[in-house]
Design a protein around this ligand. Sequence first.
Ligand code: NAD
Length: 513
Amino acid sequence: MATVQTTYAGASRSSELLANLKRAGDTYLMYVGGEWIAASDGGTRDLINPANGQKIAAVSEGTAQDADRAIQAAHDAFYEGPWGDSLAQDRAKLLFRLAERIDENADELSRIETLNNGKPLRETQYDMADAANCFRYYAGLATKPSGQTFEVPAASQTMVVREPIGVCGQIIPWNYPLLMAAWKLAPALAAGNTCVLKPSELTPLTALRLATWIEELEFPKGVVNIVLGAGPIVGHALAASHLVDKIAFTGGTKTGRAIMQAAVGNLKKISLELGGKSPNIVFADADFDTAVDYALYGIFANAGQVCSAGSRLLVEESIAKKFVGAVVDRAKKIRVGDGFDPQTEMGPIISRAHEEKIESYIKTGLAEGATLECGGHRPEGLEEKGNFIEPTIFSHTKPGMKIVQEEIFGPVLVVQTFKDEKDAIRLANDTIYGLAGGVFTNDIAKAHRVIRKLRAGITWINTYHPTYNEAPWGGYKQSGIGRELGTYGFEAYTEVKQINVNLAVEPSGWFST
Ligand code: NAD
């Protein structure tokens, strides 16, 4: 039984925390074309605190018409406004200032994030710092050289320059709300694009706070638009619009497929960061305590609601019993509770619907014959208070089981055992996903051999989860298309233009007439 947190101090009232967001009456507004607007049909959506089920606030629930208005604003700002011709150093200056605003207001922002998403304050504090650094990184990159020149077999100066793609539709999930907004906005703006960002309908609040600084810092109107609403309506409108030049999406693989189909009409550029079922592989010669520690961190950080979560623990047979026993012992002690409680180590599940989905996977695991080592229930004492699930571990699984193959996106770890290196690699690659993976061993050559065989875009040796703004992020197979972060993420928001300059200006003589 996980330890349960039932009391906490320090959570501010929502109205106080949201005092700096723009609203009309009781409804928080969207930021479109440099104006704060309500939904065109007056629609609103209640946001629910996942830790206690209470209403936080009502926000405008945008419509397809609102999406179109935002797209038009971004289009005008790029093609007719000053942004299309803006200097990289001016864009960098704005992004550096935006990073500073995030840092200066990190306490307020992290509290808003914990209120809305539920994750523990120490996690949201980390996310805010990371988001600021992301803006800073791309502010720096904006002014760094990005072109190339080529030696060609002619009297020609041949070069490429990188140019912005134009209007970018950006759709993000709820698990890292502000950080995902930063991953999308920072490279796109640094490269000179204009953006229409659609946060998850469940967690729009930190993006709305960000928009207040975008307004104060006088980003030109229409350069950044934050439009709220349901995925199949507002998100679909962004994906399908012929005025959107690029769509960048982070979310589930199924949604990614729908977005790709909707985007086909004008063959817009597309980046997809999708789901995963990532293997965390532990060899018998690994540092035992380190591997146990990261097995826990890999799956239970953010209550397993992490795309790259190490949700499959692959353990070498010879140590499996002892290793799984140690992981289970520690998992039972994880303190589950309200993210505002400083004692809390694992927060709630984002929504009741998502909690029910995770619970249905747990039932499936039992029906499939896997052994439930721990967890599997709502923690005692928190049954009626928001959405919580105990850290849950299944052992004695088989590769074909649904709980082994499908992304659960919650605090559910499935254990698989392997005989040798070859067996580990085979099992590791045996899903439709290819986002991430970790290997624990003290044999560095073996670690590299295994990593090179993993069909995954993000890998770790003797650690799990670290992510850096400087290094590319993205998946193989059905975990995505393209890369975010680092120079790769910047390039993904640029077109490559070839320029040929004739250095011998005379007629070609190709035709004799
Ligand atoms: P989701 O796919 O349900 O929603 C993501 C976003 O897409 C939301 O803003 C939603 O409103 C929108 N959306 C939903 N249907 C749409 C449609 N038909 N057209 C356009 N937009 C639509 O995902 P989620 O539940 O918010 O997030 C969890 C998923 O995100 C997990 O699968 C997780 O692995 C993935 N994720 C991936 C990464 C990564 O970097 N690869 C990072 C975080 C989360």
